[in-house]
Design a binder for this molecule. Structure first.
Ligand SMILES: Cc1cc2nc3c(=O)[nH]c(=O)nc-3n(C[C@H](O)[C@H](O)[C@H](O)COP(=O)(O)O)c2cc1C
Length: 241
């Protein structure tokens, strides 16, 4: 196994950081360079990264998203936004119509660009010995973030990434088991799942016994997907998507 494989296989989200610890400029620049080196659809690089290292802003974000205290103790909180502002300028430059509204493919492509860049950032931060956790919670407070950080039309915050120095005394996270490959990897045809597969994974996670999980895996998603309370579509519309 080489170091890339071990970094990836040892991944676990960490949420307990030593507050006030600063990454060196070289480390942060390396994380950002590697994020930006991810592939992107048509080389469109449909993302912008907001580096939040100002403690006052991190404190405010935590106040808005109390379920994510790691924002406050992180060394940096990176907010990954989909971005089509440069593409709108390209259209303007070539006197073309800019027709992106209600185009689901654009959302898929730009969110994929964001995801690849984010994952590169997380993997590199972990390879440098730092803890990381993604924060989809930013979408719950998207309106406040858009206003606070001046996110313009044709951009939208998709996900945050907290990077910090692990507080070893508080860190209990272990590598979390995934679904068995028989469930989600298909050779030459689509893999399908049965209720028995779901029961098996429920049991695997019950044995794993992560303190922060209070429900069965299936119960968690049955609850989440019961009703759509998301305001994201509405906010995306306001942002021009
Ligand atoms: C898109 C995305 C959004 C996430 N949002 C949050 C979040 O808001 N808060 C949090 O504590 N963890 C968040 N996570 C972390 C997941 O809970 C975590 O990756 C998952 O439980 C698997 O655990 P592991 O990363 O330790 O293997 C997010 C992960 C992803 C990929």
């Amino acid at each position: 196994m080489n170091e890339v494989i071990s970094t990836i296989k040892e991944h676990r989200s960490n949420r307990n950081f030593i507050k006030g610890y600063k990454l060196s400029k070289l480390e942060l620049d390396t994380i950002l360079d590697c994020a930006k080196q991810a592939p992107s659809w048509m080389n469109g690089q449909h993302y912008n990264i907001i580096v939040v290292d100002d403690q006052t802003i991190k404190d405010r974000l935590f106040e808005l998203s109390m379920r994510n205290p790691h924002i406050q103790t992180s060394s940096v909180f990176l907010i990954f936004c989909i971005d089509l502002t440069r593409h709108s300028l390209a259209s303007k430059k070539h006197s073309k119509n800019f027709d992106i509204e209600d185009n689901v493919d654009i959302l898929i492509n730009s969110t994929t660009d964001v995801s690849l860049a984010m994952q590169n950032a997380a993997t590199v931060a972990e390879s440098l010995g730092y803890g990381t956790v993604f924060c989809g919670g930013v979408r719950v407070i998207a309106e406040e973030i858009i206003e606070m950080l001046n996110i313009p039309k044709y951009s939208f915050p998709i996900c945050g990434l907290s990077i910090g120095k692990l507080d070893e005394e508080l860190t209990t996270e272990r590598v979390k088991p995934r679904f068995n490959a028989k469930v989600n990897v298909g050779y030459n045809s689509y893999p399908s799942s049965t209720l028995e597969d779901i029961d098996e994974y429920n049991e695997t996670l019950e044995i794993f016994a992560e303190a922060r999980e209070t429900k069965l895996w299936s119960q968690k998603f049955a609850d989440v997907y019961e009703k759509n309370n998301s305001k994201t579509k509405e906010i995306l519309k306001k942002q021009g998507f």
